[in-house]
Design a protein around this ligand. Structure first.
Ligand code: PGA
Length: 272
């Protein structure tokens, strides 16, 4: 989407969640590269590509990062993780730090996914992680979105605004400009239900206005804001045609390399 002066390259991100072994990840990587080549999709190797290009990142479980990264190395498809700790090292059993992700070739990291917030991750913890990712040079994909009871109570705007403010407070404009936000209504995740493209565009516009209030319009215009929640090959087009929507975070439909390549192809064709 082109929100005025800044050209934002669309980003299509795969969130595998807790799926796939190392062997499955390597095979998927091969198949995805073949499918993209066959469809002649122009994937940008950098965050800021040429007009008509899309950027792509795949976020497997930690255990498959090395295997998938080995296959994707030298390709324009980026590698990302699904979480990280805010400290760079230390006595944090079971946690993973930003330098470890960089060491495996990660460029992106999903932070504050609703499935983690559901398990107790707080706005404050998400904020620490966003700050740590930015400091390390990793691009955070910060997930925000309302739960069904919040939506029914008319609290969507308040919830999303609070999550965005908390995540990006005290960060400088340069760090925020590189960041990615994914608006994922919790009721749309893994359910087959999805927000209407117009409604998602409206909330994403509100997120951009919140960023503009915090850091100015130029920074807000640079941030890529994705929609997530039951995105499939047959519904990505209308989302991409919306002016504020810069791509998608895809869960279930990203597990199949052909379906994910279909989504990427449709995103490229329909980008506003
Ligand atoms: P879904 O998941 O595409 O399976 O709805 C999206 C997400 O959780 O990021």
């Amino acid at each position: 989407s082109n929100g005025g002066t800044v050209m934002r390259t669309p980003l299509i991100a795969a969130n595998w969640k807790m799926h796939k072994t190392t062997g499955e990840a390597a095979r998927y990587g091969q198949e995805l590269l073949e499918e993209l080549a066959r469809r002649q999709v122009s994937v940008s190797a950098s965050e800021q590509g040429q007009p008509g290009q899309v950027a792509v990142v795949v976020c497997p479980p930690f255990t498959a990062l090395a295997a998938l990264g080995g296959v994707l190395r030298g390709s324009p498809v980026a590698l990302g993780a699904q979480n990280m700790h805010w400290e760079t090292s230390g006595a944090y059993t079971g946690e993973i730090a930003a330098p470890m992700l960089l060491d495996l070739g990660c460029r992106y990291v999903i932070l504050g996914h609703s499935e983690r917030r559901q398990m107790g991750e707080t706005d404050e913890q998400v904020h620490r992680k966003v700050r740590a990712a930015a400091a390390a040079g990793l691009i955070p994909i910060v997930c925000v979105g309302e739960r069904i009871e919040e939506r029914r109570a008319g609290e969507t705007e308040a919830v999303v605004t609070r999550q965005v403010r908390a995540a990006f407070q005290h960060l400088d404009a340069a760090a925020v400009a590189r960041a990615v936000i994914a608006y994922e209504p919790v009721w749309a995740i893994g359910t087959g239900e999805y927000a209407s493209p117009e409604e998602a565009n409206r909330v994403i516009g509100l997120i951009r206005a919140t960023l503009a209030g915090m850091l100015g319009g130029e920074t807000a215009a640079a941030v890529r804001i994705l929609y997530g929640g039951s995105v499939k090959p047959d519904n990505i087009g209308p989302f991409m045609a919306q002016p504020e929507i810069d791509g998608a975070l895809v869960g279930g439909a990203s597990l199949d390399a052909k379906a994910f390549a279909d989504i990427i192809e449709q995103a490229e064709v329909n980008a506003a």
